[in-house]
Design a protein around this ligand. Sequence first.
Ligand SMILES: NC(=O)c1ccc[n+]([C@@H]2O[C@H](COP(=O)([O-])OP(=O)(O)OC[C@H]3O[C@@H](n4cnc5c(N)ncnc54)[C@H](O)[C@@H]3O)[C@@H](O)[C@H]2O)c1
Length: 304
Amino acid sequence: MQINNVLITGAAGFIGSNLVDYLLEKTDWKITAIDNLSTGNKKNIEQHINNPRFKFIEDSIKNVTSLKSYDCIFHLAALPRIQPSFEFVTEHISENLTNSMHLIEVMIKESHFPKFVFSSSSAIYGTPKTIPTPETEAIDCLSPYAFQKYEVERYLELLSTRYPLNYVNLRYFNPYGPRSYNPDNKFNAYSSVVGIFLYRHNNGQVPLVTGDGSQKRDFIHVYDLAKANYLAAINTNILNTAFNIGNGDTLSVLDLAKLISDKYEFIPKREGESDITFADVAKAKKLLNWFPEHNIKDFIKSNI
Ligand SMILES: NC(=O)c1ccc[n+]([C@@H]2O[C@H](COP(=O)([O-])OP(=O)(O)OC[C@H]3O[C@@H](n4cnc5c(N)ncnc54)[C@H](O)[C@@H]3O)[C@@H](O)[C@H]2O)c1
């Protein structure tokens, strides 16, 4: 199917706003962006407000009544933090699961099944046994957030046995890049560790390393995530499957702190977080022809 009109949910957030930038630059698609600004920031997209190919709707996705005009939906809207999902459980179920199902129900009611590129998470693997971790790894959700992401994946799989759904799940590893840290977000303490460490360092504070810092992360630049979304959308033969989107290497949180600052402090380990994330990205390379282009060390050098 030819893509002309797309919807990006959660477009004022970190990854969503970078996806808006990417698609406006690389395609001639018309982009509708929806965000209720619960954790996002309008400033992230305001540079595009006068672009005739861009339209912003400030609303919750739960109020979406039609998706008929779209050829592709990039679904990023969520409350995307592990720790708060333990505390505000029903709110996270409603935002991460029910609202996602609402979009799918609208597609079913309208019998219109655009490509649906869903932002899932490596959190669904918990602490994986296979390193690097392929998509076939056993699921082991350590938090309500991870569980909600996995539930959406399973609903998509189940409903696709009855309806001609057309989805791709992208399991992001540990994203970093411009706008990853929003100081106005009430959950900012749980956003990307790269963004938090850089923000603290650049504001005269030392990085706070959780546990002993030996936990390893596969850091992936947000540009590479945006490219994966684009490739998932345009590859019409790639349907109803999941891809790991990581860099395919790791850095410990302590080594990350050392790259940013000579001084750092330790805070207690948090439950519900994996000891290691390390993506096997062979499937995305082979089927999407997707290759990460960025390197975390270069990003840090140019941001301190
Ligand atoms: N950043 C990460 O570490 C990470 C890792 C894996 C997966 N993901 C997933 O990627 C997606 C984007 O994450 P992010 O890091 O950009 O987070 P973010 O908080 O910066 O962006 C999420 C956006 O969704 C919006 N939103 C929330 N509920 C909404 C609703 N009901 N209606 C409309 N908009 C709503 C928020 O206002 C925000 O702008 C999420 O689905 C997240 O679960 C993120």
